[in-house]
Design a protein around this ligand. Structure first.
Ligand code: 13P
Length: 256
């Protein structure tokens, strides 16, 4: 079954709204002529940049999807410092990253939290990108597959089978994030195939539809090989998404 690849740029806590506008304009220039029916592209800036980017995407009819990096579960209320999924939906956000390993490790998010967020994102007609991935210690002690399975079962438990098929899962091994060390295409494929089998154990049809991204030091030099793997349907890119040239080359992996 053909799944449209999704390449997402997670800018993390980088770029103010002026810098963000510049990057998006450069990217749009470099990707002119790109067939966005073949590869979908989402941009996940910090919250403070969302409105500026939404405005230029809309005004210049740019073919990018807008994304966020996190959200709260409630629509509104006394949650100082949080951003609600309803607010994101109002800004035409399509994709929300939930359970990124940095949120899990630095801000104490559990699988339960991630499950509530994924469900809240769907409730507001957006799509969650649910992140999972093992640490180096877990990989070296042969626990990677079990850790990822546990994260998946916990993080996907509040969504319906139909939502499951529409979700995006990002496999991001923690040891590959921001380290320059990429998982080999074979290792990434093996884990993404495992993820698809875990999804099939919940709902067979959903496993053929769900898109699975790989993330962790994706660069122009390795994106083609990763994306050619049968169970890898896209990439979640950190550092290399902050430069228009490298991100455009990753998006154009077919021509690389
Ligand atoms: P890097 O591409 O910088 O390794 O980051 C990956 C990541 O965490 C994307 O969410």
């Amino acid at each position: 079954m053909a799944r449209t690849p999704l390449i997402s740029g997670n800018w993390k806590m980088n770029l103010n709204h002026f810098e963000a506008i510049q990057l998006v304009q450069k990217l749009s220039y470099e990707l002119r002529g790109h067939d966005f029916d073949q590869v979908e592209v989402s941009l996940h800036p910090p919250f403070t940049d969302l409105r500026s980017i939404q405005t230029i995407i809309d005004a210049d009819r740019m073919p990018f999807r807008l994304g966020a990096q996190n959200c709260h579960t409630e629509v509104s209320g006394a949650f100082t410092g949080e951003i609600s999924p309803a607010m994101l939906a109002k800004l035409d956000v399509d994709y929300v990253i939930v359970g990124h390993s940095e949120r899990r490790a630095l801000f104490g998010e559990s699988d339960e939290d991630v499950a509530s967020k994924a469900s809240a994102v769907f409730a507001h007609e957006m799509t969650p990108i649910v992140c999972v991935g093992e640490t180096l210690e877990e990989r070296e002690s042969n626990q990677a597959a079990t850790v990822v399975e546990t994260q998946l079962m916990g993080s996907l438990k509040l969504i319906t089978n139909q939502q499951l098929g529409n979700a995006v899962i990002a496999y991001e091994p923690v040891w590959a994030i921001g380290t320059g060390v990429t998982a080999s295409a074979d290792d990434a494929q093996e884990m993404c195939a495992h993820i698809r089998r875990v999804v099939a154990s919940i709902h067979k049809d959903a496993s053929e539809l769900v898109r699975i991204q790989y993330g962790g030091s994706v660069k122009p030099s390795n994106s083609g090989e990763l994306m050619n793997m049968p169970d890898i349907d896209g990439a979640l890119v950190g550092g290399a998404s902050l430069e228009s040239d490298s991100f455009a080359r990753i998006v154009n992996f077919k021509e690389a």
